[in-house]
Design a protein around this ligand. Structure first.
Ligand SMILES: Nc1nc2c(ncn2[C@@H]2O[C@H](COP(=O)(O)OP(=O)(O)OP(=O)(O)O)[C@@H](O)[C@H]2O)c(=O)[nH]1
Length: 242
């Protein structure tokens, strides 16, 4: 009797360990230096990395969220901004993508005009219009009110986002602006401070939760990277549970 109880309790702990959740691949693209690595790090680890290296190939980071009682796992593909570090890997980036984050630096207008090239890359890799797209202006902590001419203005970015069917955010991976939010905390509804980087993942997860055909895996997390020269494993092997 005792052993059957033990057996059923260990079965239930195994099953809770393997709680299934829906997993989505989110591609992060934008010019080199706009802060893709720092942003994905902030989104997944909740902190700003002290000395990020230029990404070579792609780095993977994951974030597990609870959206209205459902577990949603975002697999963020932090891709290299430099052409020489992307090369032959580009087609792998776009395979089975569920959402794309376009990042630019608000203090670097060239990174904003450069978005046209990233849109073109999406087109060349047959990214469908049904794939949700998000525009994120990063490094808002460096905005200088006396230098408006040499920065990307928010109205301009908003109108770009609108014309391309994107949801728009401006934030900072280094010092995310805070805003007061109402939501469930502990026993009930409460007001709390949520930073605007958190808004990005929340919006992506909420949008993807409504998607019809996502992949399903367990909640084990994975992170790692592929450099040029590595063979990319089929995603089936990468993401399914072991
Ligand atoms: N002040 C400030 N600096 C930032 C912010 N985000 C990133 N940086 C800095 O910008 C530089 C580039 O950041 P990365 O995250 O490596 O940029 P990336 O887009 O991943 O660059 P690639 O890997 O070359 O594509 C680093 O020196 C960061 O410290 C931010 O929000 N504010």
């Amino acid at each position: 009797m005792e052993s059957s109880l033990e057996f059923s309790s260990s079965l239930s702990s195994v099953s809770s360990l393997l709680t299934r959740c829906r997993t989505f691949k989110v591609l992060v693209i934008g010019d080199s230096g706009v802060g893709k690595t720092c942003l994905t790090h902030r989104l997944c680890a909740g902190e700003f990395p002290s000395r990020p290296d230029a990404t070579i190939g792609v780095d993977f980071r994951e974030r597990l969220l609870d959206v209205d009682g459902e577990k949603i796992k975002l697999q963020l593909w932090d891709t290299a901004g430099q052409e020489r570090f992307r090369k032959s890997m580009v087609q792998h980036y776009y395979r089975n993508v569920h959402a794309v984050l376009f990042i630019y630096d608000v203090t670097c207008p060239a990174s904003f005009t450069g978005l046209a090239a990233w849109l073109e890359e999406c087109r060349q890799n047959s990214l469908g219009q049904e794939i949700p797209r998000f525009l994120v202006g990063n490094k808002s902590d460096l905005r200088d009110p006396s230098r408006t001419g040499s920065q990307v203005n928010q109205e301009q970015a908003m109108s770009f986002a609108k014309s391309h069917g994107m949801m728009f955010f401006e934030t900072s991976a280094k010092k995310p602006p805070k805003k007061c939010t109402k939501g469930r905390r502990g026993d009930g509804e409460a007001l709390y401070q949520q930073d605007k980087v958190e808004d990005v993942v929340t919006a992506v997860a909420a949008k993807l939760k409504r998607q019809k055909k996502p992949s399903v895996t367990n909640t084990l997390t994975y992170s790692g990277s592929f450099k040029i020269g590595n063979k990319i494993k089929p995603e089936k092997d990468l993401w399914n549970c072991c």
